[in-house]
Design a protein around this ligand. Structure first.
Ligand SMILES: Nc1nc2c(ncn2[C@@H]2O[C@H](COP(=O)(O)OP(=O)(O)OP(=O)(O)O)[C@@H](O)[C@H]2O)c(=O)[nH]1
Ligand SMILES: [Mg+2]
Length: 468
């Protein structure tokens, strides 16, 4: 089966490379606000596991379309040989620097590539474009026009009418914002421009949808493993008989918090890689929320569950019946091993993290003591970690490969990311992880399955939200 090949063509600086980047899921495509960024053709295959589904050829923008068309008109013999006239133009100007962009643009099309003609719908239509469209029509190749909206003004009506005279299919496509479904719709349209590509593009849709599902499964797995590692993490240190246990404990607590905070970034990177995002900047002020120390109060409040929500998970069951004990009021004495007995049943503080982990000071068989911190007993902690991971996963899944800025979550609405019905199921897993009994592969798998459902639910909610 032949792989469909599309040349992305148009005026300079209209988002051609952005569209290539999006549709090929390739962030290495050069995109910039300077016109003339792409000077030479370059092919970008969209492949899944080495299986090339289609190929996109990024091209420079037309530079002298009117002059080129003039040449073609004056050299055309009859309307039957138009493609041939275009070919003769390219042959005659291959080494002519004045028409180097035109030759680049037209070569893959003459070799059989389909045409994706890109315009900026936020700028008015102008006659300059007519020459480009006319030349493309002369090539006789199957084509489709895309209206990309770069700015805020909307001239898409005008463009629709103009493009409709030259292209059978005209679509509005936002190169930067297009999500997975929009891309799939566009690929479907690609299949309509040439009969013998239809099957290949339907297959591409199937493969990409499967891949989309597979990425969610993989991401859920990565998040589950991170959660398990974080909840069950224990730090131990032996203390010499004459050492100041308090100081050791403070140091250990600091190390323990750092251990936990350090477990998030590798998981984020892994999720990004699952989605072919390799250079996402997560350290800008805009992403403060995600970068915030895990233990900041703000993060805790935004991502964790409220006391009422925690009660409904069942984790606070018995305690809730007799009035929830607000551990925060008990102060630092609870940091001591002896105080932790009172926390049986998981009734630990939900606001401050210093009082959340299981801290033990035990006599050591070789003399002295052993201080250990972990597993994480705070019942809100896993929801904070999960909430943050789910938000990041969603943003990465939606992040288009044409987007180059830092991961900006400042505009993201923060909502409870784990639904009520799921909380009890999560709680069952979390409460088992909190016990120092180790855990089974099955437990990790069931946590991953719960997370995957939440990922799906996030999309459903968003789809509903945008449809309203
Ligand atoms: N806001 C917004 N900006 C876009 C969109 N598409 C492209 N841009 C921006 O427009 C500029 C040009 O995009 P490119 O993809 O490099 O355009 P091009 O047509 O390949 O440009 P040349 O290679 O110079 O011909 C870049 O700064 C992009 O970030 C869009 O849909 N929305
Ligand atoms: Mg370009």
């Amino acid at each position: 089966m032949t792989v469909p090949v599309f040349a992305i063509v148009g005026h300079p600086n209209k988002g051609k490379s952005s569209i290539v980047s999006t549709l090929a899921e390739d962030e290495s495509v050069a995109i910039s606000p300077m016109p003339g960024t792409t000077l030479e053709n370059r092919g970008y295959p969209m492949a899944v596991d080495g299986d090339v589904l289609y190929e996109l050829i990024d091209t420079p923008g037309f530079q002298r379309a009117r002059a080129a068309l003039e040449w073609m008109r004056s050299h055309a013999v009859s309307s039957v040989d138009r493609a041939d006239t275009v070919r003769r133009f390219v042959d005659a100007h291959r080494n002519d620097p004045r028409f180097s962009a035109e030759c680049q643009v037209l070569t893959p099309i003459l070799d059989g590539a389909g045409i994706l003609y890109v315009v900026d719908g936020s700028r008015p239509f102008g006659e300059d474009y007519e020459a480009e469209m006319e030349i493309l029509r002369w090539t006789g190749q199957p084509s489709l026009a895309l209206i990309n909206m770069i700015g805020d003004s909307d001239y898409s009506e005008e463009w629709n009418r103009a493009l409709g005279q030259y292209f059978r299919i005209v679509r509005v496509f936002d190169a930067m914002e297009a999500d997975f479904n929009r891309r799939m719709q566009l690929l479907q349209a690609f299949g309509e421009i040439r009969e013998d590509w239809r099957e290949a593009l339907h297959r591409a849709l199937r493969v990409l949808r499967d891949e989309h599902a597979r990425r969610r499964t993989l991401s859920a797995r990565v998040i589950a493993e991170m959660l398990v590692r974080m909840i069950t993490h224990i730090r131990r240190r032996r203390v010499a008989p004459d050492a100041a246990t308090e100081r050791v404990r403070d140091e250990l607590l600091k190390a323990y918090r750092e251990d936990l905070a350090n477990m998030e970034p590798p998981c984020r990177t892994e999720v990004e890689q699952i989605y072919n995002h390799r250079n996402v900047e997560r350290h800008e002020p805009l992403v403060q929320l995600l970068d915030d120390d895990l233990f900041s109060r703000q993060t805790w409040v935004l991502f964790g569950l409220t006391r009422q929500q925690l009660i409904t998970t069942g984790a606070l069951g018995g305690a809730a019946a007799g009035g929830v004990i607000d551990i925060a009021a008990h102060g630092t004495s609870l940091l001591l091993g002896s105080g932790l007995g009172a926390l049986a049943g998981g009734v630990s503080a939900w606001l401050t993290s210093d009082r959340v982990a299981n801290i033990k000071v035990l006599g050591h068989p070789l003399g002295g003591e052993e201080v250990s911190i972990g597993p994480m007993r705070n019942i809100n902690f896993p929801y904070v970690v999960l909430g943050r991971a789910l938000l990041h996963q969603r943003m990465i899944e939606e992040r288009n490969h044409a987007r180059r800025g830092p991961l900006d979550i400042s505009r993201q609405p923060v909502q409870s990311l784990v639904d009520v019905a799921a909380r009890r199921r999560f709680e069952k897993v979390f409460s088992r992880l909190r016990k120092e009994e180790g855990y089974s592969a099955d437990l990790v798998a069931s946590l991953a399955a719960l997370i995957e459902k939440q990922i799906e639910r996030q999309t459903e909610n968003r789809t509903k939200h945008t449809a309203q």
